[in-house]
Design a protein around this ligand. Structure first.
Ligand code: PMP
Length: 403
């Protein structure tokens, strides 16, 4: 698919903001949605909306079939061995909270330890802290170096008989680093420790094979991969999910309820309490089909070209500091320029039509590593162009000279 074909599916990009052509460089926060996804959601509401699983009529049955087809599609997309290992959630954050609550309820005890990397999004730190507080356990940090590379050689030393789980991101939302998750899982598994991988920033860019990675849990959101917001998924190995207690109660997660006792439904329904985001899940299927149609080889090639061009351009600017220079990076560049506050830069770029992200990027531990209060981040999607990167660099240069 050519870039102009791709862009034709995103009419939202063909607009002006503050009278300037929009350049959307904030896909790592949330990606725009192609018409295929928008139409899929609309079609459900126009044609066959009904509540799923317990319906006794045509529309409910049809919605249930479409919903469950997406579960199969997600399983194929990440090469999960069993479709019942796919649990629909609100997003990565809820997926991680589910595991942090339920896994830790079953397996974490006083004095135990959880290893979390230093480059995590808050969504992969705070749920573990809450669990650790509940169970009087400890969080240990797996550090990264100043280039933004995880020091995985330290992992084996950190793991002890007290370690219950390792939580690590596949791709950092600040540094862009693509972590060697296969190796991390191998090291942890040698000591019989399971691993949760946060795939929120990986799925839009890389072909994921959970069997090849070997992760025990893998989480991601639909909205970062051109799907709807409010939907995500958790992959968990059956042998863990079966032993874990429910996370929330109500709806489809029960088998039988009396005031004395409730028995729980089988996987995956045990973890899907309440009416889910039916239209969102069905449109998630359209996003998966769209991304597959574009193809991960082209996505990676295109985003790497934009990344190289933008990095080289930024590096020529005096006073620039880029955070994260790992050799394996996704399309994310976080940086600061000496003497200018990132909020001021972000605001002036916005007024020039360029949408970027500023602040701590929900990754305070990364900010603390570099001893900064915040930074500016540009991130690319499949619809961004070389011309947009060139316009960004020229605009950025003009803005910095104003200070
Ligand atoms: N992990 C990472 C690495 C992220 O980038 C994000 C979103 N910024 C999340 C987790 C949380 O995702 P969500 O808000 O969709 O739950």
């Amino acid at each position: 698919m050519t870039i102009s074909e791709i862009r034709s599916f995103f009419p939202v990009l063909n607009q002006k903001v503050y009278d300037k052509p929009l350049i959307y460089f904030d896909s790592a926060a949330s990606a725009q949605k192609p018409v295929q996804v928008l139409m899929c959601e609309e079609k459900l509401h126009n044609d066959f909306y009904g509540n799923i699983h317990r319906g006794a009529h045509f529309m409910a049955d049809k919605a249930t079939i479409e919903f469950e087809n997406v579960r199969t599609k997600v399983a194929e997309f990440i090469n999960a061995p069993h479709r019942e290992e796919i649990i629909f959630t609100k997003g990565t954050t809820e997926s991680i909270n589910l595991v942090a609550f339920s896994f830790c309820e079953a397996f974490l005890n006083e004095g135990d330890e959880i290893i979390v990397s230093e480059m995590e999004h808050h969504a992969n730190i705070v749920p573990w802290q809450l669990a650790a507080q509940r169970k009087k356990a400890k969080i240990l940090k797996l550090p990264f170096n100043d280039s933004g590379i995880l020091e995985i050689e330290k992992l084996a030393e950190l793991i002890s008989e007290k370690t219950k789980i390792v939580a690590v991101t596949h791709v950092s939302n600040v540094l862009g680093t693509i972590n060697p998750v296969n190796e991390i899982v191998k090291i942890a598994h040698q000591k019989n420790v399971p691993v949760l991988v946060d795939g929120a920033q990986a799925v839009p860019h890389l072909k994921i094979d959970v069997q090849e990675i070997g992760a025990d849990f893998y989480a991601f959101s639909a909205h970062k991969m051109y799907g709807p917001n409010g939907v995500g998924m958790l992959y968990g190995k059956k042998e863990w999910l079966e032993k874990m207690p429910p996370y929330q109660g109500g709806g489809e997660m029960i088998s039988e309820v009396s005031f004395e006792e409730t028995t729980f439904n089988e996987l995956p329904y045990k973890f899907e309490a309440g009416t889910p985001h039916i239209s969102g899940v069905i449109a998630f299927g359209a996003a998966l089909r769209f991304v597959e149609e574009v193809g991960f080889d082209s996505i990676r090639k295109h985003e790497t070209e934009l990344l190289k061009l933008a990095t080289a351009g930024l590096k020529q600017i005096p006073g620039i500091k880029i955070y994260g220079e790992a050799p394996e990076k996704s399309g994310v560049i976080s940086f600061n320029i000496e003497g200018i506050h990132p909020y001021d830069l972000g605001m002036l770029l916005d007024k020039s039509g360029i949408a970027v992200r500023t602040g701590h990027l929900c990754a305070d531990t990364v900010m603390q590593h570099y001893q900064i209060g915040g930074c500016l981040r540009i991130s690319f999607g499949i619809y961004n162009t070389v011309a947009e990167v060139e316009t960004f660099l020229a605009t950025f240069n003009k803005i910095r000279l104003m200070f």
